[in-house]
Design a protein around this ligand. Structure first.
Ligand SMILES: *[C@@H]1O[C@H](CO)[C@@H](O)[C@H](O)[C@H]1NC(C)=O
Ligand SMILES: *[C@@H]1O[C@H](CO)[C@@H](O)[C@H](O)[C@H]1NC(C)=O
Ligand SMILES: *[C@@H]1O[C@H](CO)[C@@H](O)[C@H](O)[C@H]1NC(C)=O
Ligand SMILES: *[C@@H]1O[C@H](CO)[C@@H](O)[C@H](O)[C@H]1NC(C)=O
Ligand SMILES: *[C@@H]1O[C@H](CO)[C@@H](O)[C@H](O)[C@H]1NC(C)=O
Ligand SMILES: *[C@@H]1O[C@H](CO)[C@@H](O)[C@H](O)[C@H]1NC(C)=O
Ligand SMILES: *[C@@H]1O[C@H](CO)[C@@H](O)[C@H](O)[C@H]1NC(C)=O
Ligand SMILES: *[C@@H]1O[C@H](CO)[C@@H](O)[C@H](O)[C@H]1NC(C)=O
Ligand SMILES: *[C@@H]1O[C@H](CO)[C@@H](O)[C@H](O)[C@H]1NC(C)=O
Length: 824
């Protein structure tokens, strides 16, 4: 279809007067490449490059101004006018910008030291469309603080109020779009992606912002490329780019590109047979007919795109019917002047508000135009609301005074109103607070449609995706994956293989460490009271090990201890009843009760071995046993010594023995030995207190709770004493049996020594419960041996051999001993 020209040689493409005028900058033609021989502003009139999108938006501005004019709710009795310019090229845009700054009533832009009282023809500028043009316009208008509201320039750069103080926009900033794309990639778990951007401010800035955001996250950018602009499908650069894309073998590509660049790019993609890819599109091209009308594009895979939030259908319907009314009015007008097709000469005079034949191409409404139209609509309303406020119309009558641009700018920044359920307000950067719809192309055969599969809302940023609306254009209709490395098994850490975090191999976490889900790249050590098996994702409490009261082993040991106690009690009773018999007397008389008492005391120390060790059980356990047992052994030693004295020394040095007895030798001896042991115990406690301690080194899954301290020296002293007793009893082994039961005692002391030695040795080798049990068992057997060796033989005589428990029997034994000595 040959597009007709839009020929208007008036000051602006469309223009009408009003109390306050707005300038509109819309691209209605593409830039015509033309080598200018002399300074010349492009005339935007090449019919071959007519852009229906820009034209449609300019009509939206006219419609909005008329609606505000008609309305009595906003700006009553105040009329708005407009100058609409065609910004087909950079020079044309700058020209239009400067025209907007012309002072009221004059034909010049005056350069003053301050623009505080500068009153230009127009009070605000709507547009321009692209980031490239908006940057220039915003820089120039910023000087005058003239409000500028763009409807399509989305670059993040324009948010910098330091450089562009008077710039506002009704399209969300690309910062939001970048966030939405980022959340989308995260939502589908695509961590291995290619980013492509067009070679202009829009593409480069978007690409840069997206790259920054992605590198801070868990998503890796396999390749970052720039799509050249103004290149057609035969360009080697484009072919090269697509070849790289094919080689990298990613499944997801983000294309942050302007429409023009995207078109040639996709033409090459189709030529190169890339299929099954997921394309994430930026708002500029994802709904643009120029892209989806590329032949063969349905084969490229699934296209997910960003699109400005759904437009209000009510506004669109009204706009549509207004356009139809305009068209018929224009046709009438054309009919009355008799210029249908029109030559250049005819239309030159016809500076009406519409372009008669432009409607032909703009007749097909599309989603893309509709959305941008609403942006224009919002922008004009924002200016109107600001003006409404500035002129004090809220009181009922507008003041219609002078309006300086900077005054209006302040008011526009504060507007907060509702347009068909859409809230319009600007943030501190002058960006509208608005989200995106996430759309997906839906091809059924050759017919194109799109589904809104989700939304991205700002403040707070949230992405909602409706899975049921998604139609994947893949072989298996399933969501494609895009990963450099498959996720590791649970409990395996990632070992990065190259500069991309997403490319890794998996290594199992060793025992004692775990993988915290918040850091997948290192295994963390468990706390000291916890443990973990290999490949673990958590640590477990270690079980605390000690000899508890309720174990069968404890029961056995406790039973033995109780039996021993009962035995001691029985023996005490027996000896008390037979206190006056020779056997008891020979055993030491009253000293027997001290010995039995000390054994009972030593036996009671056994109960400290059970249950969770506490400070006092640990402290008492060994001293009680050692001191008590020392008393017992000291008694035995003095007793044996005395008997040897009676039979061997008394004969030779009677005076010495007398002195020994008279000075209380036995008592002193026992006391001294006990005191030495007590002193030793005290010193040891002072040197290394025996308090409960936790040993984490013994087993991985258990923590051993035991008594610390060095009780071994005390045990060594006891053992030494036993050895002394053994020596003494061995020396007296040939003395009368009734006095000494020497064989049994020697045996038992030997047994006891063996037990002590075994206990001392096992202390080092055993841990935890076994060690406690071994300690208790050692003490038990020492006690048992002592009882068995010293008291049981005598009890046996008292109970079962009463005839040997008579003074006569003892007398005979002594006599036979003396006789033996004599004969020897
Ligand atoms: C605005 O309305 C006034 C009357 O209400 C009318 O004279 C003027 O032409 C209108 N302007 C536009 C642009 O519709
Ligand atoms: C404004 O009012 C005029 C006359 O009432 C009407 O023809 C026109 O359609 C209205 N325009 C809008 C945009 O409502
Ligand atoms: C693309 O596929 C078509 C048919 O499937 C084939 O004829 C053509 O050579 C392929 N082109 C490339 C660049 O692989
Ligand atoms: C608008 O102007 C008309 C006539 O000029 C006047 O009658 C009317 O009261 C004005 N309305 C407001 C709200 O100022
Ligand atoms: C706009 O006004 C509404 C109430 O009318 C309020 O809830 C909202 O916070 C305002 N927004 C801003 C940005 O001031
Ligand atoms: C895709 O479009 C076709 C018609 O164009 C429609 O019938 C179908 O429901 C759409 N698919 C989805 C998932 O909405
Ligand atoms: C791309 O998708 C295919 C098929 O779904 C899959 O086999 C392949 O692993 C994916 N490639 C990447 C890099 O994820
Ligand atoms: C994992 O790490 C996070 C942050 O470092 C921490 O808050 C969390 O408690 C850790 N989880 C475990 C199980 O240690
Ligand atoms: C581990 O021990 C701590 C404190 O000792 C306790 O609070 C926690 O509940 C225990 N955890 C489990 C799983 O038993």
């Amino acid at each position: 279809m040959a597009l007709p020209a839009l020929l208007c040689l008036c000051a602006a493409a469309f223009s009408t007067h009003g109390d306050y005028r707005l300038a509109g900058l819309f691209p209605m033609h593409a830039p015509a490449p033309r080598a200018a021989a002399r300074p010349l502003v492009d005339s935007c009139d090449d019919p071959a490059t007519f852009k229906s999108h820009g034209y449609s938006l300019s009509q939206a501005m006219r419609f909005t101004v008329e609606e505000i004019n008609n309305s009595s709710a906003i700006l009553p009795n105040v009329t708005l006018g407009y100058d609409i310019h065609d910004t087909c090229s950079e020079p044309a845009n700058l020209h239009a910008t400067l025209r907007a700054l012309i002072q009221k009533g004059r034909q010049e832009v005056e350069v003053l030291p301050t623009f505080l009282h500068y009153e230009p023809q127009v009070v605000a500028v709507i547009g321009p469309d692209s980031t490239q043009l908006a940057l220039t316009t915003a820089a120039v208008l910023g000087l005058f603080l003239m409000p500028e509201i763009s409807y399509e320039a989305s670059s993040e750069m324009l948010s910098l109020k330091r450089f562009y103080p008077s710039f506002l926009r009704t399209i969300p900033s690309d910062r939001q779009q970048v966030k939405a794309i980022f959340l989308l990639l995260q939502r589908f778990g695509w961590t291995w992606v290619v980013l492509l951007g067009s070679d202009n401010a829009y593409g480069r800035d978007g690409l840069e912002a997206l790259y920054k955001l992605l590198t801070k996250s868990n998503i890796c950018v396999a390749y970052r490329g720039i799509i050249p602009v103004h290149k057609d499908a035969s360009s080697p650069e484009l072919h090269n780019l697509v070849r790289i894309l094919k080689d990298i073998r990613v499944n997801v590509t983000v294309v942050f590109s302007s429409r023009r660049s995207a078109r040639s790019f996709f033409e090459v993609v189709i030529q190169k047979n890339i299929t099954g890819m997921v394309w994430v599109g930026s708002e500029d091209w994802s709904l643009a007919p120029a892209i989806w009308q590329v032949p063969g594009i349905q084969s490229i895979g699934s296209v997910i795109g960003m699109s400005i939030e759904k437009t209000e259908p009510t506004m669109l319907e009204r706009f549509q019917s207004w356009k139809i009314a305009q068209r018929s009015a224009a046709a009438e007008h054309a009919g009355s002047t008799g210029a249908g097709g029109g030559t250049r000469g005819d239309t030159q005079l016809d500076c009406t508000q519409s372009c008669t034949s432009c409607h032909l191409s703009a007749a097909v409404p599309n989603m893309y135009d509709a959305q941008a139209s609403f942006n224009v609509y919002s922008a004009v309303y924002a200016v109107a609301h600001g003006l409404h406020d500035l002129l004090g119309c809220a009181s009922g009558a507008c003041s219609k005074g002078k309006v300086y641009p900077w005054q209006l700018l302040q008011k526009i920044k504060e507007v907060n109103f509702t347009l068909y359920k859409s809230h319009i307000s600007f943030d501190t950067n002058g960006d509208i607070q608005k989200g995106y719809d996430i759309i997906m192309w839906n091809w059924s055969g050759l017919s194109w449609a799109f589904n809104v599969i989700g939304t991205f809302s700002v403040n707070p940023d949230r992405l909602n995706i409706d899975e049921s609306k998604i139609l994947w254009h893949t072989k298996d209709q399933q969501a494609p994956t895009s990963l450099c490395s498959e996720a590791c098994q649970p409990g395996e850490k990632r070992l990065q293989r190259n500069r991309h975090r997403c490319c890794f191999s998996c290594v199992a976490c060793p025992a004692g460490t775990f993988l915290n889900r918040s850091d997948l790249y290192s295994c963390q050590s468990c706390r000291v009271d916890e443990w973990a098996p290999a490949r673990s994702e958590a640590c477990f409490n270690r079980t605390v090990e000690f000899l508890s009261w309720s174990e069968p082993l404890s029961w056995a040991l406790l039973t033995l201890a109780v039996l021993l106690m009962l035995l001691i009690a029985g023996l005490t009773l027996l000896f008390a009843l037979n206190a006056s018999t020779p056997v008891v007397k020979s055993a030491g008389g009253k000293m027997c009760f001290l010995m039995l008492g000390s054994l009972a005391c030593a036996c009671s120390s056994l109960f400290f071995y059970f249950g969770e060790p506490t400070w006092h059980t640990c402290l008492l356990r060994l001293p009680v046993f050692n001191i008590s047992f020392t008393i017992f052994l000291s008694c035995i030693a003095t007793r044996s010594f005395q008997i040897i004295c009676i039979f061997k020394l008394n004969a030779r040095w009677p005076a010495l023995y007398e002195a020994w007895l008279r000075r209380g030798g036995p008592v002193l001896c026992i006391a001294a030995s006990t005191a030495a042991q007590a002193g030793l115990c005290l010193a040891l406690e002072a040197a290394s207190p025996s308090v409960p301690r936790r040993d984490y080194g013994a087993w991985a899954g258990r923590v051993v709770l035991e008594c610390g301290g060095a009780g071994r020296a005390a045990s060594a002293y006891t053992a030494l004493l036993s050895a002394g007793c053994f020596a003494l009893s061995y020396a007296g082994k040939d003395l009368p049996a009734g006095y000494n039961e020497a064989k049994c005692l020697t045996c038992s002391l030997l047994l006891q020594l063996a037990c002590s030695a075994a206990a001392l040795c096992t202390q080092g080798a055993l841990r935890g419960r076994a060690r406690e049990a071994a300690g208790a068992l050692g003490a038990l057997s020492a006690l048992g041996a002592a009882l068995g060796g010293y008291f049981l033989p005598r009890a046996f005589v008292i109970l079962l051999r009463p005839h040997r428990n008579t003074p006569q029997h003892f007398q005979m034994a002594i006599q036979s001993y003396t006789r033996r000595l004599g004969s020897a």
